[in-house]
Ligand binder design. Structure first.
Ligand SMILES: NC(=O)C1=CN([C@@H]2O[C@H](COP(=O)(O)OP(=O)(O)OC[C@H]3O[C@@H](n4cnc5c(N)ncnc54)[C@H](O)[C@@H]3O)[C@@H](O)[C@H]2O)C=CC1
Ligand SMILES: O=C([O-])CC(=O)C(=O)O
Length: 367
C-alpha cells in the first residue's frame, strides 16, 4: 500500500483541515467508487467525497451523464484524482482497486409510494452492480444506499455468496440518515446543542422498522412520553416528509449525501486503522433473531485528530457512537443496550416487517 505524506497537501488556504488534522500524518491511498454518481444523491455525495482528504482516487460511475459530473468535481483543488465512467462497459474500470463502493443507484420514491414499491426496479439494479463488485473489487467495503435498504442489503449478500466473495464484515446498509434526523429532531425538542447530541437508531430503514432509541439519547433531557412518541414518529417518517415536500421531484438527496459521506468517512477511517470508529449500520447480525439488523457497529475513537480532520464538515459532526469498524470492516456489532418499554414494544412490532423484507430480497437474489 502506497503511503503519501499529507504534509505536501496542506499548503493551500482551502486545506486548513488537512493542516489541523494531518500535519504530521501519512495516510494510505484509498479509492472510493460512487455508483449512481450522476443522480440526486450521487452528485452532492461526489462533491463531499472530493472534499475528504482520506480519498486519493474518486471513481464516478453512472449509466449516463457522468463525464460532466466528473469534469466539474475534478476542478476542486483537493487531494483526490477524479475519473468518470459511463455505461456498463466502463463499470469494471470504475470498480477496479476500489476500497469503498458507495451505491446510491436506482429510482427514488414519489408521494404515496413506500420504499418497498421501489423493489421491482432497484432490486435488479443492485443485483447487477453487486455482481460487478464481486468480480472487480471483491474486498471493497460496500455502502448500500439504494432502497429498499431492508431488502437490497440481503440481495447484495446473496449475490456475494453465490460469487464466493461474501464477507459480512464488508457489507453495510447505510442508515446514517436516520441517525442524522433523530439527532436534529431531538436537539430541537430537548433544546440542547445539536453538535453534542447522540442517538442510536436501530432496526431497519423503512417506516416502523426505524427505531430511534431516545431513552439512550445524550445529552439527557426530560421529555414526556408524548414528546418521545412524536419524535419517534417524525424520525420514522422523515423520508416521507421530504418526499411529500418535493412533491414528485424525488426524495432526500442533500441530507442523504451528507449522511452517506459521514458513513463512508467512517469506513475509510476504519480501513486506515483508526481505533474505535463507531456508527449505526444495517448489517448481518446476531443481536436479534433477524439475520440483518441495524445497530451500533464499531469504527473509531471520538475526538482523535483523524476524526476531526477527515471531512470539511466535521465541525458539525460528532462521530455517533453506535457498529465498530476496523481494517476489515465491521469489528464488532454492539448490543442494543437497555430499552424503554416503549422501545421494547417498537422492537417487537418491527420484526415481522423487517423479516419479510429480508426474505423478499433473498428470494429475489436466488431466482
Ligand atoms: N438509504 C437511505 O437513507 C436513502 C436512500 N435513498 C435511495 O437512494 C436511491 C437514489 O436516489 P436519488 O439519487 O434521489 O435518485 P436519482 O434518480 O436522482 O439518481 C439515481 C441515479 O442512479 C442511476 N442509475 C440507475 N440505474 C443504474 C445502474 N444500473 N448503474 C448505475 N447507476 C444507475 C441513474 O442514472 C441516476 O443517476 C433511491 O433508491 C432512493 O430511494 C434515498 C435517500 C435516503
Ligand atoms: O424516503 C425515501 O424514499 C428516501 C429515504 O430512504 C429517506 O429519505 O430516508
Amino acid at each position: 500500500m502506497m503511503l503519501r505524506s499529507i504534509k505536501s497537501l496542506a499548503t493551500s488556504p482551502s486545506s486548513h483541515i488537512l493542516r489541523r488534522g494531518y500535519a504530521s500524518e501519512a495516510v494510505p491511498d484509498r479509492k472510493v467508487a460512487v455508483l449512481g454518481a450522476a443522480g440526486g444523491i450521487g452528485q452532492p455525495l461526489a462533491l463531499l467525497m472530493k472534499l475528504n482528504p482520506l480519498v486519493s482516487s474518486l471513481a464516478l460511475y453512472d449509466i449516463a451523464n457522468t463525464p460532466g459530473v466528473a469534469a466539474d468535481v475534478s476542478h476542486i483543488n483537493t487531494r483526490s484524482e477524479v475519473s468518470g465512467y459511463s455505461g456498463e462497459a466502463e463499470l469494471g474500470k470504475a470498480l477496479e482497486g476500489a476500497d469503498v463502493v458507495i451505491i446510491p443507484a436506482g429510482v427514488p420514491r414519489k408521494p404515496g409510494m413506500t420504499r418497498d414499491d421501489l423493489f421491482n426496479i432497484n432490486a435488479g439494479i443492485v443485483k447487477g452492480l453487486c455482481q460487478a463488485i464481486a468480480k472487480y473489487c471483491p474486498h471493497a467495503l460496500v455502502n448500500m444506499i439504494s432502497n429498499p435498504v431492508n431488502s437490497t442489503v440481503p440481495i447484495a449478500a446473496e449475490v456475494f455468496k453465490k460469487a464466493g466473495t461474501y464477507d459480512p464484515k464488508r457489507l453495510f446498509g447505510v442508515t446514517t440518515l436516520d441517525v442524522v434526523r433523530a439527532k436534529t429532531f431531538y436537539a430541537g425538542k430537548a433544546k440542547v446543542p445539536v453538535a453534542e447530541v447522540n442517538v442510536p437508531v436501530v432496526g431497519g430503514h423503512a417506516g416502523i422498522t426505524i427505531l430511534p432509541l431516545f431513552s439512550q439519547a445524550t445529552p439527557k433531557a426530560n421529555l414526556s412520553d408524548a414528546e418521545i412518541t412524536a419524535l419517534t414518529k417524525r424520525t420514522q417518517d422523515g423520508g416521507t416528509e421530504v418526499v411529500e415536500a418535493k412533491a414528485g421531484k424525488g426524495s432526500a438527496t442533500l441530507s442523504m449525501a451528507y449522511a452517506g459521506a459521514i458513513f463512508a468517512d467512517a469506513c475509510l477511517k476504519g480501513l486506515n486503522g483508526a481505533p474505535d470508529v463507531v456508527e449505526c449500520s444495517y448489517v448481518q447480525s446476531t443481536i436479534t433473531e433477524l439475520p440483518f439488523f441495524a445497530s451500533k457497529i464499531s469504527l473509531m475513537k471520538k475526538g482523535s485528530l483523524l476524526c476531526e480532520g477527515s471531512l470539511m464538515l466535521c465541525t458539525f459532526i460528532r462521530c455517533s457512537t453506535l457498529v465498530r469498524l476496523g481494517k476489515n470492516g465491521v469489528e464488532e456489532v454492539l448490543g442494543l443496550g437497555p430499552l424503554s418499554d416503549y422501545e421494547k414494544e417498537g422492537l417487537e412490532k418491527l420484526k415481522p416487517e423487517l423479516q419479510s423484507s429480508i426474505e423478499k430480497g433473498i428470494k429475489f437474489a436466488n431466482q
